[in-house]
Design a protein around this ligand. Sequence first.
Ligand code: ATP
Ligand code: MG
Length: 435
Amino acid sequence: MTDKINAVKGMNDIVAPDSAHWEWLEGQVRALFARYGYRNIRTPIVEPLALFVRGLGEVTDIVEKEMYAFEDRLNGEQLALRPEGTAGVVRAAVEHSLLYDGPKRYYYMGPMFRHERPQRGRYRQFHQIGVEALGLAGPEADAELITMAADLWRELGLQDITLELNTLGQPAERQAHRQALIAYFEQHADQLDEDARRRLYTNPLRILDTKNPAMQALVEAAPKLLDHLGPVSLAHFDTVRRLLDAQGIAYRVNPRLVRGLDYYHHTVFEFVTASLGAQGTVCAGGRYDGLIAELGGKPAPGVGWAMGVERILELLKAQQRLPAVAVPDAYAIVPDAGAWPQVLPALRALRAAGVSVVMHATTADGLGSMKSQFKKADASGARYALIFGAEELAAGEVAVKPLREGVAGTITAQTRLPLAQVAQWADRLRGDAQP
Ligand code: ATP
Ligand code: MG
């Protein structure tokens, strides 16, 4: 045997039955987004490196140390695997003038790539579901997006998710705050750790985000951006808060919430849970009014969020909110290989009528005895066995045997059904337990 090849570290295969939970979650999310009028957008996984350097900012963690960047071997272009979704959506909006006839609301789902240290809830290929409202300037758009996330938690039955809210104001206010921060940290240079010293002149705001316990007191007493905000920024933030209050959506104002990316203006927020250990942020976002212009578009505002699918699924699992995985309605038992010409058309007709059937088939060990086929039927979780025995087939029939006690459906004892009319009894076989 030759050596086997494994997946790249931090990149996971998602296999049944887990993949059924992914599909279910995606379906729940799509249904909710549709009710809010958000439409799907699909952008490439590979983008020009410059998109993220310019869009996210050169001194962000992602661009500095997490990005899968590479040169196209064939033409030397500098490319990157997307580390997040917003930059690509905005690029597409600018490239195709999507805002020419008014604002747009989009959602996306898909893999993102960051070279991080793999651990629970933190992977190198992970998945985000995100929403972007482009061309909407008012605080009601921020509130709508936050509400949509809160609705999602409610509809999924998730608990213990708290909303943390902050405002980053506008660039001039941030600049003034930045100067005040640098001055403050310079005064206390002896208390800064290495990371903080490195960031002091490049991204002092990020120092506020430190997880170093030795620096907590220092950071706690640092100048607050809130004290540098003018009336426009304060009013925007105030309205977002009032609109959340009006809907009974609880939040905590966290002045230290700064988010990792440079493009945020005004509102930023995270949904955080204590149930997932260190990787507790399940959804994060904010307003990015500068980004569209930064990426070459006619200046227009934007706001969005992204949630980590792996973390949401883990939380659903921890809180026992994952649905039972769907089982097939039936498993077709085929005692003799001569029966295929009758079995395949009958199963095809059943499937056309909405019945899910797994067909027993020959493996490297052969077709298998009736007993072993029944074992497989049981293991499949199917509610009925369809037995295509020689005697039944000779009579133009198939035997139907319930495999479970108390199954939904109307066939409760073994019976025989005419093959010529499969579509007519499809209703009696079909379950209603598809998640
Ligand atoms: P963190 O502080 O956990 O690194 P982040 O600020 O880098 O998060 P965002 O860029 O805001 O994360 O991405 C939005 C969401 O995507 C996060 O809240 C999280 O749920 C998820 N996420 C981010 N990075 C990863 C990762 N490496 N693996 C799994 N999920 C991730
Ligand atoms: Mg990160």
